[in-house]
Design a protein around this ligand. Sequence first.
Ligand SMILES: [Zn+2]
Length: 291
Amino acid sequence: MKGQNTTIIQNHKLMSYGIYVNEEDDISTELLEEFDIPTEPIIYRGTGDEPDVARHFVEQIVNIGKKVTKLLKTNKPIIMTAEEVQRYVTCQHCNLCNGGFSAANSKIADHNNLSGKYQQKLSNTCNLKCQTLKLVPCFFYNLSNYESYFIVTELGWGKLEEDTLTEKEDFYSTLTKKNIEKNEYVHARKVWGNFGYRTLGEYSDLYVFENFRDICMMSYNLVQAYYYTAPGFNYDVTLKYTRIGLELLSDYDMLLMFERGIHGDFVQPSMRYVKANNITVEDYDKMKEDS
Ligand SMILES: [Zn+2]
């Protein structure tokens, strides 16, 4: 809100954006090209004819989203190497729940519908649970800060004009069911080169996230990218590894007790006492390290 003592001195607009579609490693470039999905990073800069970069960005991601929706309907038959068949036949435990197999809960060979590649052995119940994910996660650098204003405003307009309801439902994905094996170096060169990173700091934000995703997948066999927060992810890891089923709160008083116990607080481990030692403080001790 502009009051009478406020003077507008600047009006900020987006100048450019960059998008990179990060596909699974064993999805072929041919398949992406077949659905006209960009395989290289896109850098866009506003021009005189097209100055509205935020709008262009939203149109671009909605457009890519529609193409991904079509791509996800691909269903290639399973391809297994002799070694994979051998591993599948001899294995005794489901890769997700670690449970054994039985006549009632049989062994299933789970494959990537987009590549046909065999991924893991699953119990029938896990295989069924695995198939219901219907979203394509998008990651924004620094969205919680300054840039979000432009994008969120633009997404708001987009929604009014676009019938996105059926599209959302169609976002069907089996992308989560594999371990990631990356050729890190080639990938890193590609990202660095194409995004034109100026500093290692800028690059490392993206790299750290990619690396974190890989480690989560290897350690827990859960896809971190599908969680909104790290605590949410941790919560699932805890449930998975302790194999504890939490009791449903059906008693009203018990429910109230839990609700009263929920607090929104700020928690941080802090040092209790900090004392600076440098030239500007009165009792500076030059024998000790500066701080
Ligand atoms: Zn299972």
